[in-house]
Design a protein around this ligand. Structure first.
Ligand code: ATP
Ligand code: MG
Ligand code: MG
Length: 352
């Protein structure tokens, strides 16, 4: 069987490695951290920085295809590897998704609506931007944010509220988005194969707590036109990027049922974990199928469901959860419990 190299050894890499093994593939994981969740399940684990030349040589020598579980893998690493091997999703998709400004410019150019935004590189840019958005907005670092980190919300702000903010945010490039009064948040997990076929999963309704995904409910209670628009946007994004693999697309649903894309993730996505319990082919298997050049699986779900993350000491509920019927528990094998750390998740099937 072939060998799949995975950049990133977190829980997503772990679940990709499990899905790859199920289809008979070997996996080699590269991650700078020791004790990565994926190290327990991959066939081989390289513990080195992402730009480490000997690690990349080893991946090139031993793998047939490279993928990643983490959108902040250096683009230069993906590009270097792609000189010798197929790297899926394409490095261009990685580059676009790493920068919230580039991402929104790409989406708008593809005809997909987002929150209005301005680029911010000073307190003055921020003040001018907030004035344009009537004093309300969400300021975000362009790069490296996750779980709501590197963000600040403004309401009824004036120029005085902007003083020193650029430095407080780290003096890095920022983006200001209009504060969207969304009715709910949904996401679509979608996949595109090497030969251009596309499969989209049912939209999930997502609820966050302290900036971290708490719960995904499937199906989302949305109008048919909203469902169609979100699914079409995900499809258009995959096609525009000539994408191969699974992509997560987060949306805001407005009161009028229209959708705005919040952000895209060029990888399997936390709000798609329910697919392992409610679909014949999970998002993880779908991703492996896509990058390995296999046909995609049927994305339809056989059961409605609710997925919840186990964050920090919520993982102590595990034993109790195991006693419930129609519940699939998934733990990531992380030994130290820390606040805000994703330790596992469960999916409760709720009928069909
Ligand atoms: P993730 O962990 O999903 O990668 P992230 O750190 O990249 O999160 P975003 O998805 O951009 O952050 O924002 C986190 C949450 O903050 C959103 O899910 C939404 O609830 C809220 N939010 C973000 N941008 C806006 C906006 N422009 N208007 C209103 N709410 C917003
Ligand atoms: Mg994000
Ligand atoms: Mg997000």
């Amino acid at each position: 069987g072939a060998t799949i190299g995975i950049l990133g050894g977190g829980q997503l890499g772990r679940m990709l490695a499990m899905a790859a093994a199920k289809l008979g593939y070997r996996t080699i994981i590269l991650d700078p951290a020791e004790n990565s969740p994926a190290a327990q399940v991959a066939n081989a684990f390289i513990h080195a920085p992402y730009h480490d030349a000997s690690a990349l040589r080893r991946l090139c020598a031993q793998c047939d295809v490279i993928t990643y579980e983490f959108e902040n893998v250096p683009v230069s690493t993906a590009a270097t590897l792609s000189e010798q091997l197929s790297v899926f999703p394409p490095p261009e998709a990685l580059e676009t998704a790493q920068d919230r400004l580039a991402e929104k410019i790409f989406l708008n150019a593809a005809g997909i609506s987002t929150a209005p935004f301005v680029s911010v590189d000073s307190d003055e840019d921020l003040a001018r931007g907030l004035e344009g958005f009537s004093g309300s907005g969400v300021l975000k670092t362009r790069r490296l944010g996750y779980d709501g980190k590197g963000q600040r919300v403004f309401r009824d702000a004036t120029a005085a509220d902007c003083e020193g903010v650029f430095a407080e945010m780290g003096g890095v490039p920022l983006i200001l988005e209009a504060l969207i009064p969304f009715q709910q948040e949904i996401s679509v997990i979608a996949a595109r194969s090497v030969d251009g076929h596309i499969a989209t999963y049912e939209p999930a309704h997502n609820e966050h707590r302290d900036g971290i995904l708490h719960r995904s409910t499937v199906p989302a209670e949305i109008a048919p036109q909203t469902r169609a628009a979100a699914t079409q946007a995900a499809t258009d994004i995959l096609t525009s990027l000539q994408y191969v693999g699974v992509l997560g697309v987060e949306f805001f649903v407005l009161d009028n049922g229209k959708v705005l894309v919040n952000e895209i993730a060029p990888r399997v996505h936390n709000s798609g974990h329910w697919t392992e319990a409610a679909c014949t082919v999970s998002q993880f298997e779908q991703h492996i199928r896509a990058v390995a050049g296999l046909p995609l699986g049927d994305p339809r779900h056989h059961s409605d469901c609710v997925m919840e993350n186990l964050i920090g000491d919520e993982v102590l509920r595990a034993t109790q959860l195991l006693a419930e019927p129609d519940l699939m528990l998934h733990l990531y094998g992380k030994t130290d419990i820390r606040p805000g750390r994703k330790m596992g998740h469960f999916t409760r099937l709720t009928g069909s």
